[in-house]
Design a protein around this ligand. Structure first.
Ligand SMILES: Cc1cc2nc3c(=O)[nH]c(=O)nc-3n(C[C@H](O)[C@H](O)[C@H](O)COP(=O)(O)O)c2cc1C
Length: 263
């Protein structure tokens, strides 16, 4: 990538703004939601217990399939995280919530999941992810920054087997992600390259996104990554993820399917 093209792409990234029709421009709720960004730099001061309680309340009251609430949350401050994982909360955040998909309560009381590992897993992932999103929105409304992480700082990506062992997770409880919270260091975190609305929507039958648009997005991701981490590249990061994904796939298969009787 030439220098001029690199600079042009960075300008394109920085020019991105949420589309807010003028009539909604004054709405604080609209701006809070659309200006949320993943925060990876935090001030060195803890958030209040009352704020954390509100964030968890947002998780508790999130929507879920048949109100089954197929989730559990590991709640940590810097000390309990260090005791559990032997390291700091990623990115110097002050609080962390480990989000689990969890169907154990449903199974305690009902037999609606006779032997349906993929459905169980999918339902629990959908619901727990919505709870995670509710937490980040509540955090944002309180002026607290957050980032969802596939990572606990252990292997870089989705350490499902490690977390199962470390947290003594029973069958039916799946570690999905960690959300870390703190007061953001920077006020204006740039928006990473987002697809346009016409790239990701269709009406009637499914329409695949134009390959040129997807390639353009990839080249913006590469430029943005280069600008933030000069000594690495987005392609190197993707290769790193690929290795971790292969491991994660193996671990998840063992966890989700391994404990089932073979049919
Ligand atoms: C399930 C999930 C896992 C994520 N894992 C990581 C992670 O391990 N490390 C990281 O820096 N960001 C992680 N992110 C944050 C994404 O990189 C971020 O959401 C994306 O780049 C879009 O940026 P935005 O949140 O500012 O819109 C994760 C996000 C989600 C939803």
């Amino acid at each position: 990538m030439g220098l001029i093209s690199f600079i042009r792409k960075l300008r394109q990234i920085h020019a991105q703004r949420p589309f807010i029709p003028a009539e909604f421009g004054e709405s604080r709720q609209v701006r809070t939601l659309l200006n949320r960004r993943s925060v990876r730099r935090f001030l060195d001061c803890d958030i209040k217990d009352e704020e954390m309680a509100l964030i968890l309340e947002a998780a508790r009251l999130a929507p879920s399939t048949v109100n089954m609430q197929t989730w559990s949350f590991g709640v940590y401050d810097t000390e309990s995280w260090r005791q559990t994982f032997g390291r700091s909360i990623p990115y110097g955040a002050h609080r962390a919530v480990l989000v689990l998909g969890d169907i154990t309560r449903v199974k305690q009381a009902t037999d609606i999941f006779p032997d349906s590992p993929l459905v169980e897993y999918t339902v629990s992932v959908i619901n727990a992810s919505l709870a995670a999103m509710n937490m980040t929105i509540m955090a944002e409304t309180l002026g607290i920054g957050s980032v969802m992480l596939s990572d606990t700082g252990k292997t870089g990506f989705f350490s499902a087997a490690y977390l199962k062992e470390r947290l003594k997770l029973p069958s039916g409880a799946y570690a999905l992600m960690t959300v870390v919270f703190g007061y953001p260091k920077d006020r204006d975190v740039p928006m990473p390259p987002k697809f346009e609305i016409e790239d990701i929507t269709f009406s009637g039958i499914y329409r695949q996104t134009d390959t040129c648009r997807v390639r353009e997005w990839l080249s913006l991701m590469e430029a943005g990554y280069r600008a933030s981490t000069f000594f690495s590249s987005f392609q190197a990061k993707l290769r790193y993820y690929r290795e971790n994904l292969i491991r994660a796939e193996r671990e998840l298969r063992d966890i989700i399917l391994g404990e089932r009787p073979k049919t």
